[in-house]
Write a protein that binds this ligand. Structure first.
Ligand code: GLV
Ligand code: MN
Ligand code: MN
Length: 433
């Protein structure tokens, strides 16, 4: 007999870590078959929708009102005792990169499910309505742009921004949306009203090893890195590998290799300390052992917590790539695929998290995030905060080896619950106005 996730987890009343494990494993089972190791559940794919359906079923079984908005984000609502107060929110994303791990994003959604379960069981409701959100299409791996679902609710991406966002198979984001019954022209209906939101806290795995190395149970994020993503096309001359002498070649891959090393050198340069530049995708055409590569396409991700340095490093890389192309006699064109600025998270939410950590006796570190997160976008609507839980396996993420201890996740969820309850109790009441 098929048991639902809520039924399975209800059978484990006392142990948050055990319930969390069941939920993580349920989501991990939703992966593209035959796509190699790890989890592949891409942005705006049918499998991502299946994960949202799992979230919906769980929250409905808890008795929450659940809806999926015009951008594919799923929102479950637990009404508060004072309907005039704006809502507090928590959540994260359910999509993955190709061959990713079981925790990136999922940990924050599972945390929201677990917080909902706790709050539903409380005899006294919260004052604020609490919304639990599974964002759509957070990963930029498929379409280049990260946080598409949360960008849409924040009004940062609208229908006119969708053309040009294509995946590696030439499927546009608009076509991918249509294939799962989302109308790309209607996405602006999902925009959040800032008067309707009081604050948002996202729990996420750290995706680094700072917490594990320091032996700390939680991190409190103060700053989220920005990211500029560019595509560089190098056009050389395809020709016979035996017949063409070395001095007569225009080898697109040799030029690309030099650009990859220039990117690494630029990021390691002391003037750019803290910049991270990665060429994560390099397509070589025609891709034959007996043909000199005639065309290469590089996908480059420039990340920084410093707004100016992020843009400056990108410009320097583009200039270096042009110089290399000119020197090697190959053609070059550059296109910006996506650009998001770093975000400083407000001290109000951070203080609620640190005060809650202190009251739970949890040591914490205030720290920046190198990765992008939905909260980066939500912070444009209402004050946002983030809790990190430790990543094991040297902090690897976007990899099948991504690992977080379920006990560590349960501790983070306890802090998330306490922080939301703290915010709920400490906001001014409507009668104070
Ligand atoms: C999101 O996972 C990112 O790429 O930072
Ligand atoms: Mn994530
Ligand atoms: Mn990710």
């Amino acid at each position: 007999m098929h048991t639902t996730t809520a039924e399975q987890t209800a059978a484990l009343p006392g142990r948050s870590a055990d319930r969390v494990r069941i939920l993580i494993e349920r989501f991990a089972a939703l992966t593209e078959p035959g796509k190699g190791p790890g989890i592949t559940r891409l942005a705006y794919s049918p499998l991502e929708r299946s994960a949202h359906a799992e979230f919906t079923a769980y929250m409905e079984e808890l008795g929450l009102q659940v809806s999926t908005d015009a951008a594919g984000n799923t929102i479950a609502e637990l009404p508060g005792s004072d309907p005039r107060l704006p809502a507090l929110g928590t959540g994260s994303h359910l999509d993955s990169v190709p061959n990713g791990g079981a925790f990136d994003g999922i940990a924050g959604v599972v945390a929201a499910m677990e917080v909902a379960r706790t709050l539903v069981g409380q005899p006294i409701p919260t004052r604020h309505t609490i919304r639990f959100v599974a964002f759509a299409a957070e990963e930029g791996a498929r379409f280049g742009q990260a946080c598409t679902g949360s960008r849409i609710v924040a009004g940062l991406t609208g229908p006119k921004d969708l053309p040009g966002l294509m995946d590696g198979d030439g499927v546009s984001v608009a076509d991918a949306m249509r294939a799962i019954n989302i109308d790309p022209q209607g996405i602006s209906d999902a925009v959040w009203d800032e008067n309707d939101w009081a604050g948002f806290i996202e729990l996420h795995i750290e995706q680094g090893s700072v917490l594990t190395d320091a032996g700390l149970p939680v991190g409190v994020v103060d700053l989220i890195s920005g990211s500029t993503r560019i595509r560089i096309d190098i056009t050389g001359r395809a020709s016979h590998t035996g017949g063409t002498p070395m001095h007569l070649r225009a080898d697109a891959l040799a030029a690309s290799a030099q650009i990859v090393l220039a990117a690494e050198g630029l990021a390691k340069d002391s003037r750019h300390h803290g910049t991270r530049i990665t060429v994560g995708k390099l397509d070589v055409h025609p891709g034959s052992i007996t043909t000199i590569p005639g065309h290469c396409q590089l996908h480059v991700d420039v990340r920084d917590v410093d707004n100016d340095r992020q843009r400056f490093s990108t410009s320097e890389l583009i200039a270096a790539a042009h110089e290399i192309a000119a020197h090697r006699g190959v053609g070059i064109s550059v296109e910006v695929l996506a650009d998001a600025s770093p975000v400083v998270l407000p001290v109000t939410i951070r203080n609620a998290i640190t005060a809650s950590a202190a009251s739970l006796g949890l040591e914490y570190r205030v720290m920046p995030s190198g990765a992008s997160h939905d909260t980066q976008m939500i912070n444009h609507v209402c004050p946002g905060g983030m809790i990190f839980v430790p990543s094991r396996n040297h902090g690897v993420s976007h990899s099948p080896d991504e690992l977080t201890d379920f006990e560590d996740l349960a501790v983070g969820i306890e802090l998330l619950t306490a922080s939301l309850v703290h915010l709920d109790a400490s906001s001014p009441s409507t009668s104070d106005n």
